[in-house]
Write a protein that binds this ligand. Structure first.
Ligand code: F6P
Length: 416
């Protein structure tokens, strides 16, 4: 009997609106290329270590399921934030993973994730080379933060940016309505950790029908609280309502996060990332104390990364494309690499996939260039907007059932 050719796919790191579209791309392409089984790790590598996986054919039965999967936010298979030890630190964990892969006749291992997750692909592909295993390990980019190196942008970013642009516009509209002869300051806190790509997306609100946010603070540049107060006072001389977008990751020159100045949360994950929350709240309280007007803090939090009802069509399509490209690359013999998106042209927008050694990507952070911010780093430039604009275009209508978007959910009773 011919040897089975199976593939396994996992999702890792923070959720996005389109990570499941990458899963759909992996699944479809694996079937088209004749893989016998497509397994899904439940909760990524962490679940795999507990032998938690499913046969995806027990979950996806039709084209309609694939379409629903593409419109379902967060990680269909469950995600994890799990750091593999260095190979020399704990060989047993690698032996266990490869024993499971061998038992399942796995030829290709596909991991959809961000820079921390690419560390998993790097270590597993290195281990396979050292020990002579033949499995191929491929990474599929994913993160709303858009901070992965060597790819023009990451799937998940365009949809989150679209949601942030639209929400900023709605927040501005809401604030304007009630600001007759009365000052009001609204601060919007946006995710992205040390990278300001998402926060800059608040500028998308600016257009013919909206003035856009008044100030935008990215985490790449140290935050000066006195200058901030001065700017706000100046603006309030000219207009009643002001709206400010801040990154969750803005820091003072001494390295402290602004959110740490308030009653911050002390949680730190396995990659050493502190949970960032409360920046807008701290600044709203600070301004209220200094200026004595009404302030409001809006933390977009998880809403911005799982807003599939606002997902960008470009983003969904590209997420699916990179998933498929990873399967093709693994099938053709690549390993230890991550698929990237190369922008071929901006107008009309065209993109294609490329592929890079994951050692050049894992654990790296791509930040917003200083030249894409204005002189005092309180706004983003036209170059920034031109870069993002194509990524938020188009949509896929959600499949509405009983007034709400329908999602595809895992049926754990049907696993293998
Ligand atoms: O990495 C994606 C991200 O959404 C960051 O922007 C954010 O700082 C982090 O995840 C939040 O993660 P969690 O929801 O686990 O606190």
């Amino acid at each position: 009997m011919a040897k089975k050719r199976n593939i396994i796919v996992g999702q890792s790191g923070g959720p996005t609106a389109v990570i499941n579209s990458s899963l759909a791309g992996v699944y479809k392409t694996a079937i088209e290329r004749g893989f016998d089984k497509v397994y899904g790790m439940l909760h990524g590598i962490q679940g795999l270590l507990d032998e938690q996986y499913i046969d995806l054919s027990t979950q996806i039965h039709s084209e309609l399921d694939i379409e629903l999967l593409k419109r379902t936010p967060s990680a269909f298979l469950g995600s994890c934030r799990f750091k593999l030890p260095e190979i020399h630190e704990d060989k047993a964990i690698y032996e266990k993973i490869f024993a499971i892969l061998n038992k399942l006749d796995i030829d290709a291992f596909i991991y959809i994730g961000g820079n921390d997750s690419m560390d998993t692909i790097k270590k597993l592909s290195d281990y396979a080379i050292i020990t002579g295993h033949e499995q191929k390990f491929l990474g599929v980019p994913k993160t709303i933060d858009n901070d992965l190196a060597l790819t023009d942008h990451t799937p998940g970013f365009g949809s989150a940016a679209k949601y942030i642009g639209a929400s900023t516009k709605e927040i501005i509209r809401d604030a304007q309505g009630l600001s007759y002869k009365k000052n009001q300051i609204t601060i919007i806190e946006i995710m992205g950790r040390n990278a300001g790509w998402l926060t800059g997306a608040a500028a998308l609100a600016k257009g013919e029908d909206c003035a856009g946010p008044d100030l935008i603070y990215l985490p790449e540049v140290p935050f000066e609280i006195d200058k901030f107060l001065e700017k706000v006072r100046e603006l309030l001389k000219k207009k009643e309502s002001i709206v400010i977008a801040v990154s969750e990751g803005i820091r003072l020159a001494d390295g402290r996060y602004v959110c740490e100045l308030g009653s911050s949360v002390d949680y730190v994950d396995v990659f050493g990332h502190k949970q960032l929350t409360g920046t807008a709240n701290y600044l709203a309280n600070f301004l209220s104390g200094e200026i004595g007007c009404k302030t409001r803090a809006v933390e977009l939090s998880t809403l911005q990364r799982s807003a599939s009802h606002m997902a960008s069509r470009t983003d969904i399509d590209e997420a699916c494309m990179v998933g498929g490209a990873a399967v093709k690359a693994a099938d053709e013999g690549d390993s230890g690499k991550m698929v990237v998106i190369d922008r071929v042209s901006n107008d009309p927008y065209m993109a294609k996939t490329g592929i890079y050694d994951v050692h050049r990507i894992a654990n790296e952070e791509k930040l917003v260039p200083r030249s894409w911010m204005n002189r005092d780093a309180t706004y983003v430039t036209k170059e920034f907007i031109d870069y993002i604009n194509p990524l938020i275009q188009g949509d896929y209508s959600p499949m509405m059932v009983d007034g709400l978007p329908r999602h595809l959910v895992l049926n754990t009773k049907r696993k293998k």
